[in-house]
Design a protein around this ligand. Structure first.
Ligand code: FDA
Length: 392
């Protein structure tokens, strides 16, 4: 058995950041991960370019049962701090849209930077390590794993959420939290495509692959971004965003062409050319397949002149104010994040330490703090990992 100061379980974004910061302070640090490679979610994120933070990140971009919990960490290690790190390592980046920052090259540059920093400051990494048991001792913890037994003063759980089990996501962090008496907020998939029931799906089948700009609303939240029809339902940024707020049974309102008063546009078109078919008039504003489907649903053979104002309003509402009840979501198989997790009431917001278990820390996605789409989730991983790294 060997003894170290800090054992981090999980070599993802949060775990590696914490390991670097702790090692910088002279702590002996070991990071364990059951995967073959570290930071696999970083590697696949942002289409391989990693949307590593967001210029506008602020607590309002996060969901949690306690929305104030993330304030401290996000203000102590900000997006500007991470950006400064990226710049020091000469990693090129660009803003894509809405403050989202991506690598110019590949996400691998971020992983290499983190691994380089770990090595530089002396943090060790053991991959393909299976953790077998975790016990509390008088001075800390004893962890048995496939590579041996290690005792540590601080134990940091950075094993992420349940999303994408194919990539090795487990409920490990939640199990450890429960074993040590921490409360859990029910977990559910977030940033996930929504699905339709079979009848609606059959009707919308021809639209798979069609994208439109939309404002999508559920309860009191709305997002204005692109939306995509899929073989299972709907996806695209606006839908992924709203999915984190959507609950089974909720209706969502989708405003396609949010910038256009379609009723006014169709009425004008009717005045100009009443013999025009409805689908032709709609196709001036919408993708052709969508225009065809909406026209077919309403009245296939009619020309614009056959539509009264009331009827035109009905057409416009189908586009500007489509109300639909998704049947479900695609689940953890494709969800980018896991909502819920370790209850923040049981953690110190400045250090991420469990209030009643000195020496035990939870950082990153395993905690009940979940960001919007757009680099916010990595920022939470960097910020929470950094905070724990200052005290472990
Ligand atoms: P993360 O999941 O990264 O790391 C956990 C680590 O723990 C993994 O290495 C895993 O192998 C290990 N582990 C798990 N169980 C273990 C066990 N029992 N024993 C040992 N090790 C174990 N966010 C963002 O801000 N911008 C983006 O562009 C994207 N893009 C994106 C794309 C896709 C496809 C997904 C699935 C997710 C994103 N995200 C994202 C979300 C982002 O990837 C996520 O929020 C962070 O990776 C969370 O970082 P953590 O370090 O907390 O967990």
């Amino acid at each position: 058995m060997h003894s170290i100061d800090v054992l981090v379980i999980g070599a993802g974004a949060a775990g590696m950041m914490c390991a670097i910061e702790a090692a910088k302070r002279g702590r002996s640090v070991l990071v364990l991960d059951h995967a073959k490679k570290p930071g696999e979610k970083i590697r696949i994120s942002g289409g391989g370019r990693c949307n590593f933070t967001n210029i506008h990140a602020s607590p309002k971009n996060f969901l949690s049962q306690n929305p104030r919990f993330c304030i401290s960490a996000l203000s102590r290690y900000t997006q500007r701090d991470f950006l400064a790190l990226i710049e020091r390592h000469k990693i090129g980046y660009h803003e894509k849209t809405l403050g989202q920052l991506f690598c110019d090259g590949s996400a691998g540059q971020i992983i290499d930077m983190l691994l380089g920093q770990m090595q530089h400051h002396g943090a060790q990494l053991h991959l393909t390590a299976t953790v077998e048991s975790v016990e509390k001792t008088a001075n800390g913890f004893m962890v048995r794993y496939s590579g041996g037994t290690v005792s540590c003063r601080s134990l940091v759980i950075a094993t992420g959420g349940k999303s994408i089990p194919k990539m090795g996501a487990t409920g490990f962090g939640y199990d450890i939290a429960a074993r040590f008496g921490l409360r859990l907020v029910e977990t559910r998939p977030g940033l996930v495509p929504l699905t339709f029931e079979p009848n609606l799906l059959e009707r919308l089948k021809p639209l798979a692959g069609v994208a439109v700009d939309a404002v999508v609303a559920c309860r009191k939240t709305r997002f204005a971004e692109a939306m995509l029809f899929t073989h299972r339902g709907i996806s695209g940024p606006s839908i992924l965003q709203i999915s984190s707020y959507w609950r089974e049974g909720d209706e969502i309102t989708i405003s396609m062409l949010p910038e256009t008063d379609l009723f006014a546009a169709l009425r004008e078109e009717r005045g100009r050319n009443g013999r025009q078919a409805l689908q032709t008039a709609l196709a001036l504003h919408l993708p052709k397949k969508l225009a065809q489907l909406i026209a077919a649903d309403i009245s296939p053979a009619q020309n614009l002149a056959d539509f009264s104002d009331v009827a035109l309003r009905r057409v416009a509402a189908a586009v500007n104010e489509w109300r639909v009840k998704p049947a479900g979501s695609e689940g953890y198989r494709t969800a980018e994040v896991t909502l819920g997790g370790v209850d923040t009431r049981d953690l110190d917001s400045k250090t991420m330490e469990a209030r009643d278990v000195p020496g035990l820390y939870f950082i990153g996605e395993v905690v009940d703090v979940t960001g919007w789409l757009g680099g916010y989730n990595f920022q939470w991983a960097w910020s929470s990992g950094w905070c724990a790294g200052q005290v472990v």
